[in-house]
Structures are given as structure tokens and as C-alpha cells.
Design a protein around this ligand. Structure first.
Ligand SMILES: Cc1cc2nc3c(=O)[nH]c(=O)nc-3n(C[C@H](O)[C@H](O)[C@H](O)COP(=O)(O)OP(=O)(O)OC[C@H]3O[C@@H](n4cnc5c(N)ncnc54)[C@H](O)[C@@H]3O)c2cc1C
Length: 167
């Protein structure tokens, strides 16, 4: 049921999509919000083995939306370099579709928040991560999105360069 990309010359291989997800630091999570209005909310995240993890407060618009309908989409833009003379941008982006799940077991919550801590403070020690997690643990909620469909796309200028320098 997920759509194919029309301009598949610009489609990125799966490994590159995963690299973008691993190396970017935020994206926009889209949910079906109040009264059927889409709600796109920027969030930090971590990618791990085909899943995305987010932390948030225990209440709010996105959480209410996920409780009503777990189907979500997440978009990350890793490059957006304007090429003025061509009236375009050299972009790379990834869009993921999947179902969100609010984590309930302490083990899953701890593992995923620890992964976030490592991603966002890679030089931090295990002790520092643990101390920070303990401070916020009771107030946080962890969301997992299992990736069902993922596509990556790059701007035409980047696609042309890739074709030119293809080994
Ligand atoms: C780069 C980046 C990374 C972030 N990372 C995280 C994260 O990891 N975890 C986290 O919980 N939050 C993060 N935030 C904040 C996040 O975007 C939301 O503000 C927050 O999660 C609250 O969402 P909510 O749906 O519970 O808000 P609610 O307060 O329930 O939303 C109510 C209304 O407030 C408005 N609103 C909410 N958030 C925003 C916003 N960011 N910008 C403009 N209007 C808004 C919307 O109209 C929304 O309908 C991040 C923001 C940015 C820009």
C-alpha cells in the first residue's frame, strides 16, 4: 500500500537512508492530530535496528494523537544547500512510515533512553548518562516507531553527480 517514488532516479539506497537517520539530529513526526488535522512536530530521536525512539512528556498533543491512532510518519532532512543559479537545492531527505508504540517495560524504556543519551552526548560517560536519566526518568515517556516503509530522496543535482562519479 505504500507508494513508489515517481522520480526513482533520485531515490537513495536503503543503507544511505539508514546513515541519514543515524547521523541527523532531528526530524518531524507527523501524526493524525485533533479533528483530523495532521500535526507535524519536530523531535530529537535515535535510530536502532529498524526502529526509531523518541522521548517526550507524559501528556500532550502528539501523545494523545498516537493513543488514538498509532500510524505515523517521520521526516528527516539531512542536506538543503541552495543552488541559486539553478533555482533549486541540493537536498537529501528520508521519510519513514510506521506504527508508534508507547513503551511500558522499564527495560525497554531504559535501553531506549540510554541510546538517546549516547547519541546526543557521545563523549559522556556511562555514569553521566545514568545520572541524567535518573533525573528525568519518572517524568518521561518513550515512544518506539517500528519502520514499515522508508524512502530516501536526493535533489536532481546530487543525483546527477552520483551518476557522473559512479564507479
Ligand atoms: C529540534 C527540536 C528537537 C526537539 N526534541 C524534542 C524531544 O526530543 N522530545 C520532546 O518531547 N520535545 C522535543 N522538542 C519540542 C517538540 O517540538 C514539542 O514542542 C514537544 O514535544 C511538545 O509536543 P506536544 O505535542 O506534547 O505539545 P503540546 O504543548 O501538547 O502541543 C500543543 C500545541 O502547541 C503547539 N506546539 C507544540 N510544539 C511546538 C513546536 N515545537 N513548535 C511550534 N508549536 C508547537 C502546536 O500548535 C500544538 O498543537 C523538540 C523541538 C525541536 C525544534
Amino acid at each position: 500500500m505504500f507508494r513508489q517514488m515517481r522520480r526513482n532516479r533520485q531515490q537513495l539506497p536503503t543503507e544511505e537512508c539508514i546513515d541519514i537517520l543515524k547521523n541527523s539530529t532531528s526530524g518531524v513526526l507527523s501524526v493524525i492530530g485533533d479533528d483530523g488535522y495532521p500535526y507535524g512536530v519536530p523531535l530529537s530521536y535515535v535510530y536502532d535496528s529498524g526502529r526509531l525512539y523518541f522521548h517526550c512528556a507524559k501528556a500532550g498533543h502528539k501523545l494523545d494523537a498516537i493513543k488514538k491512532c498509532p500510524k505515523v510518519s517521520f521526516c528527516v532532512v539531512s542536506n538543503d544547500d541552495v543552488i541559486p543559479e539553478k533555482y533549486t537545492t541540493a537536498f537529501r531527505s528520508v521519510i519513514v512510515f510506521g506504527k508508534a508504540r508507547i513503551l511500558e517495560s522499564n527495560d525497554e524504556i531504559y535501553r531506549s533512553i540510554y541510546a538517546l543519551a549516547e547519541k546526543y552526548n557521545p563523549k559522556g560517560s556511562g555514569e553521566e548518562h545514568k545520572a541524567e536519566i535518573e533525573k528525568f526518568y519518572d517524568a518521561l515517556c518513550m515512544i518506539e516507531v517500528e519502520i514499515e516503509h522508508m524512502t530516501g530522496k536526493e535533489g536532481l543535482e546530487l543525483a546527477k553527480m552520483r551518476e557522473k562519479y559512479k564507479p
